[in-house]
Design a protein around this ligand. Structure first.
Ligand code: SAM
Length: 298
């Protein structure tokens, strides 16, 4: 049963296809998604179990939720995480498939005085659009987290923080794991799409080196080859943290020692610096480099 939108009579209307009911929207009308109430109770993928209050606060701190964030709790239960995020100034949304939970969310949210920053939607998180999120939280089961990986990696922008209460997420290893209040919390930073072929230039003071970089990626791990002249050099220790890519070129070339590359991945552009691996601090020689993605987008 789907809610459809119709504007044939000049103003938008909500048509509940199953019931044949049409409601005309006015400026004061609630968000149409909030009207998704006259439905059979759909199947829950995870039973209801609320997160303890101290753990809620620990999750907020672990994510660093603040007023710049767009926050989602997938399977929001009684709304406690959403309300906590709203109290920290975030624009917060909870989605839950259970109608009773959504009623509780609104009740709790009104009591907390957070109605202006919090929204609750009844529906399945599998169908939910997460593109504007900067923080996503889950307290689901490992198999459900694993099913959400493609959605997370396709839909969420690089750098988005995902926090899970206790459960891991298939073969996507967390970037950070902490243990607080007898609870394990896990954090993933959505990695950028660094895979592909990149035409790069390394700008040394004495010369410019051209490099073709072929990168493969699985979750936050990156590997591949760099082609410089006739040499093929393996990309080592490739790692993404959001849009920050680091790797080393293990093979010395042009009499230079092993180099550590860092860069930012911006859609079709790489911008960064490289320096001899092991060299740190302002005294070490840092060289700028950059790349453009090869392909049809040009
Ligand atoms: C373990 S509870 C977590 C509640 C809340 N996030 C918290 O930490 O207190 C899981 C919630 O997911 C909801 N849920 C289960 N399957 C769902 C689905 N497919 N879409 C949306 N919500 C779902 C359940 O109704 C339940 O409220």
């Amino acid at each position: 049963m789907e809610t459809a939108y119709s504007s044939d009579a000049g103003s938008p209307a909500i048509v509940d296809a199953a019931r044949g009911v049409t409601a005309r929207l006015t400026h004061d009308a609630p968000d149409p998604r909030e009207l998704k109430v006259h439905r059979d109770q759909p199947q829950r993928d995870v039973p209801y179990l609320p997160t303890d209050a101290p753990v809620v606060e620990a999750m907020m701190r672990f994510a660093g939720v603040n007023e710049n964030d767009v926050f989602y709790d997938l399977g929001c239960g009684d709304g406690r995480l959403v309300i906590a995020a709203a109290k920290r100034g975030a624009r917060a949304t909870g989605v839950d498939i259970d109608l009773q939970r959504i009623h509780e969310c609104y009740e709790n949210c009104n009591k907390a005085g957070m109605r202006h920053r919090a929204t609750f939607i009844r529906g399945s998180f599998f169908d939910f659009d997460l593109r504007d999120a900067t923080v996503v939280m889950t307290y689901l089961l490992p198999a459900i987290n694993a099913r959400l990986i493609p959605k997370f990696q396709w839909e969420l922008r690089p750098g988005t923080r995902i926090i899970s209460n206790y459960f891991d997420m298939g073969d996507w290893q967390p970037d950070q794991r902490i243990y607080v209040h007898h609870r394990t919390l896990l954090k993933w930073i959505v990695p950028a799409w660094a895979q592909g072929t990149w035409r790069c230039v390394i700008d040394r003071p004495s010369d410019r080196t051209h490099m073709r970089l072929e990168l493969h990626r699985h979750n936050q791990f990156v590997w591949g080859n760099a082609h410089i002249g006739k040499s093929r050099i393996p990309v080592m220790n490739g790692r993404l943290l959001g849009d920050q890519l680091t790797f080393t070129l293990s093979h010395p070339w042009h009499a230079y020692p092993r180099q550590r590359f860092t860069c930012r991945v911006e859609d079709h552009v790489l911008r960064g610096t490289c320096q001899p691996a092991g060299a740190v601090g302002p005294g070490s020689q840092s060289i700028t480099w950059g790349g453009l993605r090869e392909g049809d987008w040009l």
